[in-house]
Design a protein around this ligand. Structure first.
Ligand code: VNL
Length: 391
């Protein structure tokens, strides 16, 4: 009798524990953050993870009375892995929202899962224009290459540049950048020659030889975040830094994360983009200071701000839905506007892309560090590819 009673009591206690455990697990709102934490694009994963964690550290881990749990997964930069991780997070962890997505192929692979499971996917990095069209559950806090690039073509044509060679990584965002630049620059009477370099293990030297032979006024470059230093090294080795060919492009090549290590070769490069660590606003000063404090030795780049704003969008969306995910959450995110460290932003309710200022910047030395110093602003820029389709 006693023995049975004892067992019964212990059994009851175990059941109680299991139930409260399940209740807790149900109450936690889970965010699956899928990033390349290892491999050639690990810098993007590192920047976004650091920024997402900073946001949670600043804002707390409770939203609308619900506990927020961040689950970080490393897809190693391989699209099949991103897809498998997304599947596991949806089925096993019952995430309310997924986020991250370091490169275009990594954002496209899980898009059908977002649609099927009705799980919003916040793209914090990948920047090919078409990504948001792959699922009605995708929303983006990074940028699109055409959005960043068209202002570059306009600046070039207004500043005496007549002949340009474009050199881009041969995949989605590079092709977007090439097309956006070529279209806008030739429309103003400019002359363009296009070169594409493989994304994986790029050797720029044969292409840079072609650039040296073509003697353009400017070389327009797109390489993804983290690759700019390799490019700059070969640019110097080919003597192009002394050739008078001006370096221009979207801001990925002079990424704030690695710009300091590039040295004087980067000085004077003109780029257009949505974020610079030296953006002059109180919001950005606070962001950069807190980011550096939490991550000694690191400086936030445009990937970090995509992660930070992505978390803001998730938090504010969850506040509106009282912690509910699904269709309610994606709907809550549409049209949201706020002041980001990059400046004023909003989510275009039609396209789920971010509307933001694009800044024209020049690499300068400031307080012993290299920065992309902003000197002109094009306000409230939409993705021009989708804007053209809508007209
Ligand atoms: C992409 C676009 C990736 C821009 C990047 O860095 C970037 C992409 C990793 O869409 O794949 O700077």
């Amino acid at each position: 009798m006693r023995r049975r009673t004892f067992l019964g009591a212990a059994g009851a206690a175990a059941v109680t524990l299991a139930v409260s455990g399940a209740a807790l697990a149900q109450e936690a709102v889970k965010i699956g953050l899928i990033l390349p934490m290892t491999g050639p694009f690990a810098s993007t994963g590192r920047q976004i993870e650091a920024a997402a964690k900073l946001y949670m550290q600043q804002q707390g881990d409770t939203v609308g009375g619900k506990k927020i749990q961040l689950i970080v997964k490393d897809d190693t930069g391989v699209a099949d892995v991103t897809k498998r991780l997304a599947q596991e997070l949806i089925v096993n962890d019952k995430i309310a929202v997924m986020a991250g997505f370091g490169l275009t192929p990594l954002a496209l692979a899980p898009a059908p899962l977002a649609t099927q499971a009705k799980v919003p996917a916040v793209v914090m990095a990948a920047a090919t224009a078409t990504i948001t069209e792959a699922s009605p559950f995708i929303v983006r806090t990074s940028f699109t290459l055409p959005q960043a690039t068209v202002p570059m073509a306009e600046w070039a044509s207004q500043n005496g540049i007549k002949k340009v060679v474009t050199l881009v990584s041969d995949y989605g965002p590079g092709i977007d950048a090439e097309k956006a630049f070529t279209g806008a620059f030739t429309a103003k009477g400019g002359q363009v020659e296009n070169l594409r370099v493989p994304l994986a293990n790029p050797d720029f030297s044969p292409f840079l030889q072609k650039v040296a032979d073509a003697k353009p006024d400017a070389l327009f470059v797109f390489v993804p975040s983290g690759i700019g230093a390799q490019f700059m090294k070969q640019f110097v080795e080919r003597g192009l830094d002394k050739s008078g060919v001006k370096l221009i492009g979207p801001g990925d090549v002079t990424d704030d994360d690695i710009l300091n290590g590039m040295g004087d070769v980067a000085l004077g490069a003109i780029t257009t983009q949505h974020y610079s660590a030296s953006h002059d606003s109180p919001e950005n000063k606070a962001f950069v200071e807190a980011f550096k404090k939490a991550n000694p030795g690191m400086r936030p780049n445009f990937m970090a701000v995509g992660g930070y704003d992505g978390m803001h969008l998730i938090y504010e969306g969850l506040k509106k839905t009282n912690g509910q995910g699904g269709q309610a959450l994606i709907d809550a995110m549409k049209g949201m506007s706020w002041t980001s460290p990059r400046g004023p932003v909003s989510i275009d309710p039609q396209t789920r892309d971010i509307i933001q200022n694009i800044y024209v910047r020049k690499v300068e030395r400031k307080d012993g560090e290299l920065y992309n110093v902003e000197f002109a602003t094009i306000p409230n820029v939409k993705d021009p590819v989708k804007a053209a389709k809508a007209n």
